[in-house]
Design a protein. Structure first.
Ligand SMILES: *Cc1c(COP(=O)(O)O)cnc(C)c1O
Length: 429
């Protein structure tokens, strides 16, 4: 018999916020005691196959011995030390690796503590860059609808205006310029009219634009939209032509999820500023980074402020950096590309769902599988169904989607896919 104290769900319900829930009628939460590989264990005895990789982050599954070792070794040496006036091997070695694996023009690394903060830093870099060039009118951002860039205010201001309830924050949020979400699908024809409309918006606004920010290839939390690589290529051209910086938010797509190490490789382009996070530490610790070019970084330092005005307390946290190094080494050592392809292949089973009337579309890319319904899903109801089947899948809106750890065996992918089919078939949504 184990002697753990049971998790106090009453206290949780009374006192603790969970993401995007009401304090009056919170969605149910399931008490988890531990994790292992691609399994999540509930206090009530169930073992769940993880379909979410803890929101894109647990690439190698949970409790990977190499990551656990990296954390314990580093924790016994130095968990944290301030980064102001100090440096250390975990930060230096990690940044070396990041410069090496990201597109060539990206040479300067800012380490931050979460994805949202890395987006804040990216926006600050863009603004400070144009200020340093004497162009103080370039203060607006342009972005596409259906984007998601985080929940802090500057990041939220470039999220989809409807999804992130911009109307509620009117007068408080900076107002930026939105173009339609990219419409031409990944791997299909690119519609020219869409690119012409995009260029027209650049023509109209470029004098006031600091940067265009977008998630490359996959707009995730804003709708799981897989869009055409030609759109991204065109965006790069337009940013160059109209003197606008390109910020790519690879916080979800980075580290192989779409089948390329970084999704911008599908379009063979490099951004001026890149945000990474989520899977950076293999899902063990919170860490993010904003990378930029020599041009932007040196430009900022030539400006009036001389410095980039940002410095989080836990900047360059050694524990997180050491874990990230171990996670990147694991990616190098394992054939992640083959695994992502294998998972994609196994996920083709999801297409069976299209025979069910309520399904609008099934799409997969890399190790991401999406079943889009015509109706909004009842999250509490469908999660209960999935838990009874031994699956951890958390839909949002009309989207039931999975992005499992790369180590997930085929038979578990099969169970995730058939669980989704059955949930829809039994109207458990
Ligand atoms: C999750 C996410 C963020 C925000 O990251 P946090 O670590 O939650 O702050 C930003 N952009 C994208 C694309 C994301 O998926």
């Amino acid at each position: 018999m184990s002697n753990y104290q049971s998790i106090d769900l009453d206290f949780d319900r009374e006192h603790i916020w969970h993401p995007y829930t009401s304090m009056i009628e919170p969605l149910p939460v399931y008490p988890v005691t531990h994790t292992d590989k691609n399994r999540i264990f509930l206090e009530t005895g169930e073992s769940l196959i993880d379909g979410m990789a803890s929101w894109w982050s647990a690439l190698h599954g949970y409790n990977h011995p190499k990551l656990v070792k990296a954390m314990t070794v580093q924790a016994s040496k130095m968990s944290h030390v301030m980064f102001g006036g100090i440096t250390h091997a975990p930060a230096v070695d990690l940044c070396k690796k990041l410069v090496e694996i990201t597109p060539k023009p990206l040479q300067k690394v800012f380490l931050a503590d979460s994805g949202s903060v890395s987006v804040e830093v990216a926006i600050k870099m863009a603004l400070q860059y144009w200020l340093s060039q004497g162009l103080s009118n370039k203060t607006k951002l342009m972005t596409a609808k259906k984007g998601y860039h985080g929940d802090t205010f500057a990041a939220m201001s470039v999220c989809d205006p409807v999804n992130s309830m911009h109307s509620m924050y009117q007068g408080f949020l900076p107002e930026h310029i939105f173009v339609d979400a990219p419409q031409s699908k990944f791997g299909e024809e690119q519609n020219d009219a869409e690119l012409i409309a995009l260029e027209n918006t650049f023509k109209q606004h470029h004098n006031e634009l600091a940067a265009f920010i977008i998630e490359p290839i996959v707009q995730n939390a804003g709708g799981m939209n897989f869009y055409n690589a030609k759109y991204l290529k065109k965006l790069r051209e337009l940013c160059d032509k109209y003197d606008v910086l390109l910020i790519l938010d690879e916080i979800a797509t980075g580290f192989g999820r779409t089948g390329k190490m970084f999704a911008c490789e599908h379009a063979d382009i490099a951004p001026d500023i890149l945000c990474i996070g989520k899977a950076l530490t293999g899902g063990c610790m919170t860490l993010s980074a904003t990378l930029t070019t020599d041009k932007v970084a040196l430009g900022i330092s030539q400006g009036e402020a001389k410095v980039l005005m940002h410095g989080p307390t836990f900047m360059g946290n050694p524990l997180a950096c050491a874990t990230a190094i171990a996670s990147l080494e694991l990616l190098e050592e394992t054939d992640w590309q083959a695994n992502v392809e294998r998972i994609n292949h196994a996920m083709q089973n999801l297409h069976r769902c299209t025979t069910l009337g309520v399904v609008r579309e099934v799409r997969t890319l890399g190790a991401i599988g999406v079943v889009e319904l015509c109706e909004t899903v009842d999250v509490a109801k469908i999660q209960k169904f999935f838990i009874d089947k031994g699956l951890w899948i958390r839909p949002f809106g009309k989207l039931i989607y999975i992005m499992p750890p790369y180590i997930t065996p085929d038979k578990d992918i099969e169970r995730l896919c058939s669980g989704i089919y059955e949930a829809i078939e039994h109207k458990a949504y």
